[in-house]
Design a protein around this ligand. Structure first.
Ligand code: IVH
Length: 642
């Protein structure tokens, strides 16, 4: 190609990119498009076709990357140069006053200004700009190490790929929240539903799930948004604004869209007022929030206040109360758990509350349900805070229909029809059939396969339900007798998925003694007790031989638990199942060191290890009796910015 032609193409590409970024900015940041969509599309297609013809001219920060670049195999991790801190919470005005008093006492002055911002419910991002171009975007991760999601972040229209203006710093780090608007969330879930898929529980999970896609095209379709909330680092070729508010204005000048709902507040009263007004507007906002973040405005004062533990002293999240809405109680269903406990679950007229559609809520147990005096058709107050399980708070008695009748205690198990028993000392009622009840069996098998137990990956409720129904799974020992034929014949199961399940079962066979004990589902033996048993007895033979007194000699084990464990291992059928599981090849490493060698010692594991993950290292040490104590230390000389 001639030099002239080459220059001509370079110029056209540069001009197209500049125009497209400008139109993108007008549309997504200023909300004021100056050209119709068709004009944007025309230029976009022209740029795409030039980049297709001259692949050597493709640039990662070209507007064409906004629809999603190459598919990744995995995300790289990225250490944050300045830790991404968390933030402390307060829940009422007293908390707010105490927070401000602490600050005033430390600084010995009262004339402080604050910036109040909506606390967005999305996920935190760190964006690095080098010489004005977006170079790396990473998630918060554990605050020290995040995941690099640059390709995906390029698809977020409100994030500039290149900074605007003439004052471009060598390096700029911006932090802020990527989120999914309520409207996009609702549309995404509607589509999922139409396809028979499950959808996301709330906009935050949806945003996180969308950013962690290996294929950026999927992220692009999810239409995420972004608001910056901090100028975290600026190279010293530029002067860092002296306060938070001005830093945000600087970001605005570089092309970021600021959250229009933030405000400068002169004192405690103004912050309280801000909180109340925002709470009133909460449901009308286009995005989900769970409170207000209040920050000391002056940077020098922020630095003087510094960091306590993992959160700065100069910022606080004033959380909103759990959201409550009214809905109708359509009925109560009884779910049978692993140990036969029947849990009442309220079926509700679906409502949107606390950022999610809710159609079921736990009623905890029969006593609790009686206390609330629920009846079919009642109007109930449903409450949901963040990720907490939705809960029926109370009945609106004034709205009760006269014919509404109280629920009666079920006499028979909804799954197997066996008699239901109520133990006087317990709030729960139980199905009396034990593992003869298909529902109990199914839950016990799911527990056996669950992540913290034997960790058989990809074994979902539906599959186990089918296997139990077809009598292919009666006890956990049957997992190891499954074969391609029996699996591939099931609903929605091809040879490939059947093969994956068999591989997962095979891979799960190497385990830890404590995990195996936990997997057995002995009544009231949770993970912690299983670990204690494994550490102390170290072999099944020793456990089989243990008397109730032996068990009770361990501090953590009382008479009821000791009896449960003892009875479990005494039963011939349990021993037979265990025997058969071991014969199928389930095994765990013999403890190489004596437990006493490590007992009571504390280990701190940080950084990455070459032969195992940190979690695996922790587990091995714990299995040998070391104390679990993992923490990361914020370097004391870390810069105070966030
Ligand atoms: S400031 C040191 N401002 O809340 C303070 N955080 O625990 C750093 N968040 O995961 C955060 N909106 O992603 C700040 N306006 C806002 C925020 C905000 C949401 C999130 C943030 C972080 C969490 C803090």
């Amino acid at each position: 190609m001639s030099v002239e032609k080459n220059n001509e193409i370079d110029e056209e590409i540069a001009s197209l990119r500049q125009k497209l970024e400008e139109y993108n900015y007008e549309y997504y940041v200023l909300d004021a498009p100056s050209v119709p969509d068709s004009e944007y599309d025309r230029l976009f297609r022209r740029l795409q076709s030039l980049e297709n013809d001259y692949p050597e001219k493709v640039s990662l920060n070209s507007p064409t990357q906004r629809v999603g670049g190459a598919v990744l195999k995995a995300f790289n991790t990225r250490a944050h140069q300045i830790p991404m801190l968390s933030i402390d919470n307060i829940f009422d005005d007293q908390g707010l006053e105490a927070f401000m008093k602490r600050i005033e006492d430390r600084l010995k002055r009262t004339d402080l200004a604050y910036v109040c911002e909506p606390k967005l419910d999305g996920l935190a991002l760190s964006l690095y700009y080098e010489k004005g171009a977006l170079s790396v975007a990473a998630t918060r991760g554990d605050g020290f190490i995040g995941e690099e999601v640059t390709q995906n972040v390029r698809t977020i229209s409100q994030i500039p790929l290149k900074l605007r203006g003439s004052n471009i710093p060598q390096i700029l780090e911006v932090r802020g929240e990527a989120y999914m608007s309520k409207a996009v969330f609702a549309e995404l879930n509607l589509k999922a539903k139409q396809k028979g898929e499950k959808g996301f529980a709330n906009p935050r999970n949806a945003a996180a799930g969308s950013l962690r896609q290996l294929d950026p095209k999927i992220t692009a379709e999810r239409k995420l948004s972004f608001y910056p909330y901090s100028l975290a680092f600026l190279s010293d070729d530029m002067v860092l604004p002296s306060n938070h508010y001005d830093s945000l204005q600087a970001l605005k000048n570089w092309g970021f869209k600021l959250n229009p709902d933030g405000a400068l507040c002169a004192d405690t009263r103004a912050c309280q007022e801000y909180y109340r007004k925002l709470l009133q507007r909460r449901s009308a906002l286009a995005y989900e929030i769970d409170g207000v973040v209040i920050k000391v405005n002056d940077r020098a004062l922020q630095t003087r206040l510094g960091i306590a533990a993992r959160a700065p002293r100069w910022a606080m999240a004033y959380k909103f109360p759990a959201e409550e809405v009214l809905t109708e109680l359509l009925g109560v269903e009884w779910q049978v758990g692993r140990t036969g406990v029947l849990t009442p679950v309220a079926r509700l007229n679906p409502v949107f509350v606390g950022g999610a559609m809710v159609s079921n809520a736990t009623l905890h147990n029969y006593d609790e349900m009686k206390r609330k005096d629920l009846r079919v058709g009642d109007t109930v107050i449903l409450r949901r805070a963040g990720d907490v399980i939705p809960e029926v708070r109370s009945v609106v008695l004034a709205a009760r229909k006269p014919e509404a009748e109280p629920f009666i205690l079920p006499e028979h198990c909804p799954s197997c029809n066996a008699e239901v028993v109520k133990v006087e000392t317990e709030a729960a009622i139980r199905c009396s059939a034990g593992l003869y009840c298909p529902a109990q069996r199914m839950q016990a098998l799911l527990h056996y396969a669950s992540r913290k137990a034997m960790n058989i990956e990809g074994l979902g409720d539906r599959l186990v339900e089918q296997l139990v129904k077809q009598d292919l799974l009666k006890s956990p020992a049957d997992f190891y007798r499954l074969d391609l034929n029996s699996l591939a014949g099931l609903d929605r199961m091809g040879v490939k998925s059947a093969d994956n399940i068999l591989t997962a079962i095979h891979n799960s066979q190497k385990t830890q003694f404590s995990k195996f004990l936990y997997a057995l589902g002995i009544r009231e033996v949770g993970e912690a007790t299983a670990k204690i048993l494994a550490q102390h007895f170290r072999s099944l033979e020793a456990l089989y031989a243990a008397t109730e007194e032996d068990l009770m000699r361990l501090n953590e084990i009382g008479p009821v638990l000791a009896a449960n464990i003892h009875i479990f291992f005494k039963q011939a059928k349990h021993r037979a199942i265990i025997q058969s599981i071991l014969e199928a090849g389930v095994e765990w490493p013999e403890p190489a060191l004596k437990a006493e060698d490590l007992q009571g010692q504390t280990f701190v594991i940080t950084g990455s290890l070459s032969s195992m993950t940190r979690e695996q290292a922790k587990e091995s040490l714990e299995a040998l009796g070391a104390k679990r104590d993992y923490f990361s230390v914020i370097p004391t000389d870390a810069p105070e910015a966030y």
